[in-house]
Write a protein that binds this ligand. Sequence first.
Ligand SMILES: NC(=O)c1ccc[n+]([C@@H]2O[C@H](COP(=O)([O-])OP(=O)(O)OC[C@H]3O[C@@H](n4cnc5c(N)ncnc54)[C@H](OP(=O)(O)O)[C@@H]3O)[C@@H](O)[C@H]2O)c1
Length: 234
Amino acid sequence: MDERTALVTGSTSGIGREVAMGLLEEGYTVLVTGRRHLLLESFLEEAGKKKGKAISHVADLSSDEGIRSLIRKGQAELPHIDILVNNAGGFVFAPIERLSDKDYETLMSVNLRAPFLLSQAFLPEMKKRGSGLIVNISSVAGTEAWEGSSLYSMTKFALRGLTGSLLAEGAPHGVKALAICPGYVATPMVSGAPVPEVEMIQTSDILKTIRYVRDLSRYAVSPEILLNRLGAFS
Ligand SMILES: NC(=O)c1ccc[n+]([C@@H]2O[C@H](COP(=O)([O-])OP(=O)(O)OC[C@H]3O[C@@H](n4cnc5c(N)ncnc54)[C@H](OP(=O)(O)O)[C@@H]3O)[C@@H](O)[C@H]2O)c1
């Protein structure tokens, strides 16, 4: 069987770490990445006990060069990419007048430009091979907006637009695209949230969602999955 491969951004922590580890357990070769090299080193150590193989690359996706270096690494180290998970993300919640130009540039780059450029780089090869899956981690904040969510919501709404188009371009060639829009997921990103961790969505739920859509037949496509926690409805 062909080597199965994945690139998971933001794999030093939270959702990305869980997804990358889960794919390694299945035997994938996974390119993991983030800014924190010590966390990548400890990831590689743990990955050594899994079935698949991990390759790491330190990159800051807030810069164009960081994004391009990751693309180059993927093209150089992986024969192809079966699953691209655009997961890395930053988060700023503040009234619009308190957001700085730097907040804007950083979030637009990490949350949006990186997924756009990575998809642009790897979709053509997936189409040629006739298979693949691009997952964009959006948010419930990409389906509704609140006070203070302007910048974060902009990026997460836009990711859903990107996903819809990737699916329209990819599906006729056997390539799927999926936006996952979760509410609170128990990760360091929301450690200050007014909800106990046990009542949050678990990172394993995101991994299961990716596996579920991956394993559907190529004719069963889903552009997005909204995954809210029970408490959001009570
Ligand atoms: N947790 C939630 O409740 C929730 C809900 C909905 C959506 N999401 C989305 O889920 C995704 C993952 O978040 P998480 O909850 O797992 O948070 P997390 O544990 O804080 O992880 C965020 C990841 O993104 C990476 N990252 C952040 N800025 C980066 C940069 N400039 N360059 C490269 N990598 C960068 C981090 O790596 P380094 O720090 O090592 O660079 C880290 O691996 C995000 O897109 C987030 O918006 C989270």
